[in-house]
Write a protein that binds this ligand. Structure first.
Ligand SMILES: Cc1cc2nc3c(=O)[nH]c(=O)nc-3n(C[C@H](O)[C@H](O)[C@H](O)COP(=O)(O)OP(=O)(O)OC[C@H]3O[C@@H](n4cnc5c(N)ncnc54)[C@H](O)[C@@H]3O)c2cc1C
Length: 475
């Protein structure tokens, strides 16, 4: 959803005019204060109230990013890094105004080391751009959030996607970073070695920091060989519990699925309508297997047998590469297919992750709470690692619907945390989920995060208002 950017009456920062002049001198037309550019950068793809930044900058080098941040640091004006703007928890909303740094023009793939299975990219490169570039090398980068996000944004949100069960998340796939700190200092973290015990792991600190600690300008990533063989199957189930239990058993048996996606009956209806497909409109698993020809066949046979034991029916392979890619395209476009089910509605999507043994109980319990909701409620997820989303197709002009969505979101997130899980498996905290951080991590851990933030960004200019909940003395 793209709600209009609002610019409610917070006072303009007194240093802004001088800062804007200095930024114009540095960047020329790559510094904009136009309403349309500001509006575009004041929101992600979520339902959260929006606010536009005062200025939008388009740097082309790490050095330019450093100079922009130095100027903001001197003026004590907020900095909001921006990738593709596809985040879902209000991450890029300029809550306190300030300067948006749009990294999209830093989109060079600077190095591909095929023999070492790694590459280095600028932060504005998108995941599809990287895979297109790698196409003829026999390598690929597996982390695949539904949107064509930038690798900077994916690093900053610790993103994952359908492949995480096999290849891990951004946390597992970033080897090194170049970042610009809040005072403009350029720091390089990590390296190309696959392992290192040298010092504090700054790379992991910055992965998932959501623009609150630094601007990421360059990322070194792990790459993988395109598997010799792969196959995709769809299987229908009588209910959520059967499908989830099949996924859990698959993981527990050690079958190395590359993807195992749960879609409920509403998702399947949306997929059929939006893509002109004709799958049974009941709960389904989409599964993908990678390996040698023989390994793929044996993995698929094993999971088919497990599925039968859980009432799975209609096991069907996507026969051709084209059919496979159509199927995953349909899965990745599900957000838009669901929106089309209720014209005029917005999607409030929430993301949690629990230990896999708790998954079926968690989803079933929340669906029960949601059965009388006045709007469609959907469940889908990357269930192989316990990560799932519930979506509420609500009308933003209905206070009753918003209240009910908030209630269900709170129930789900609190339940996931109680079951040993997290308030967000992959979308991140932004400002939408900051209120759950204390329950998940405890006061002491949140205070350590606050101390880290204060030591790296004492003036709180880096994406202020995101990730961290209010200080204890202000609660
Ligand atoms: C249809 C749809 C499907 C999605 N599916 C998934 C999914 O399966 N898995 C998943 O993880 N997410 C998913 N997302 C969410 C979103 O795509 C991810 O959060 C993505 O990582 C955001 O990247 P971006 O480039 O759009 O970042 P933005 O939205 O521009 O920014 C996100 C955050 O990162 C910060 N940031 C951006 N670039 C930098 C940088 N260079 N340096 C420092 N901070 C930076 C921003 O300040 C902000 O806090 C989905 C979103 C949509 C709309």
């Amino acid at each position: 959803m793209n709600a209009p950017a609002t610019t409610p009456g917070t006072p303009r920062h007194p240093a802004l005019d001088g800062l804007t002049t200095a930024l114009r001198e540095l960047l020329g037309p790559r510094c904009s204060t136009s309403d349309s550019e500001r509006e575009h950068h004041g929101h992600g793809e979520s339902y959260h109230p929006t606010k536009a930044p005062d200025v939008v900058c388009y740097p082309q080098t790490t050095d330019e990013v450093s100079r922009i941040v130095k100027l903001c640091h001197q003026a004590k004006v907020p900095v909001i890094p921006f990738g593709a703007g596809t985040s879902l928890e209000g991450h890029v909303v300029a809550l306190h105004g300030g300067v948006c740094i749009d990294l999209s023009r830093m989109n060079a793939i600077t190095e591909v080391n095929a023999e070492d299975l790694d590459c280095t990219v600028e932060a504005g490169v998108t995941r599809k751009q990287l895979n297109e570039h790698l196409r003829d090398t026999g390598l690929f980068f597996p982390v695949d959030p539904g949107a064509d996000a930038t690798l900077g944004g994916m690093t900053a949100t610790r993103a994952s996607g359908t492949n995480a069960v096999r290849y891990g998340t951004m946390k597992d796939n970033v080897l090194a970073l170049t970042v610009v700190l809040a005072d403009g200092t350029i720091v390089k973290t990590g390296g190309r070695a696959r392992k290192s015990s040298a010092g504090y792991d700054l790379t992991r600190l910055f992965v998932g920091s959501e623009g609150t600690l630094c601007v990421i300008t360059e990322i070194t990533l792990k790459l993988y060989g395109i598997p010799e063989a792969s196959s995709v199957a769809v299987c229908s189930f009588p209910d959520i519990a059967s499908a989830v239990n099949c996924a859990i058993e698959t993981i527990q048996c050690g079958v190395q699925v590359a993807r195992v996606e749960l879609l409920d009956e509403t998702c399947m209806r949306a997929i059929n309508r939006h893509n002109n497909l004709s799958y049974p409109e009941t709960v389904a698993l989409f599964l993908e297997f990678h390996g040698t020809d023989a390994a793929v066949v044996s993995q698929a046979q094993m999971v088919e047998a497990l599925a039968e034991g859980h009432g799975g029916e209609g096991w069907r392979f996507a026969a051709t590469a084209e059919e496979r890619s159509k199927l995953w395209q349909a899965r990745h476009n599900l957000h838009y297919a669901l929106l089309a089910l209720r014209p005029g509605a917005s999607s409030w999507g929430t993301d949690t992750c629990v230990p896999i043994s708790q998954l079926a109980a968690c989803i079933t319990e929340i669906r029960e709470h949601a059965k009388d909701a006045p709007f469609p409620v959907t469940a889908l997820g990357h269930v192989g690692d316990g990560n799932f989303h519930m979506g509420f197709l609500i009308r933003m002009d209905s206070p009753d619907e918003i209240r009910e969505a908030e209630r269900l979101n709170g129930l789900l997130v609190n339940r996931a945390i109680e079951l040993g899980g997290t308030c967000t498996g992959e979308h991140g905290v932004g400002y939408g989920k900051a209120k759950f951080l204390r329950k998940e991590h405890g006061d002491a851990a949140v205070e350590v995060m606050r101390t880290l933030k204060a030591s790296l960004d004492p003036d709180n200019i880096m994406n202020p208002g995101k990730v961290l909940p209010p200080a204890l003395d202000r609660v």
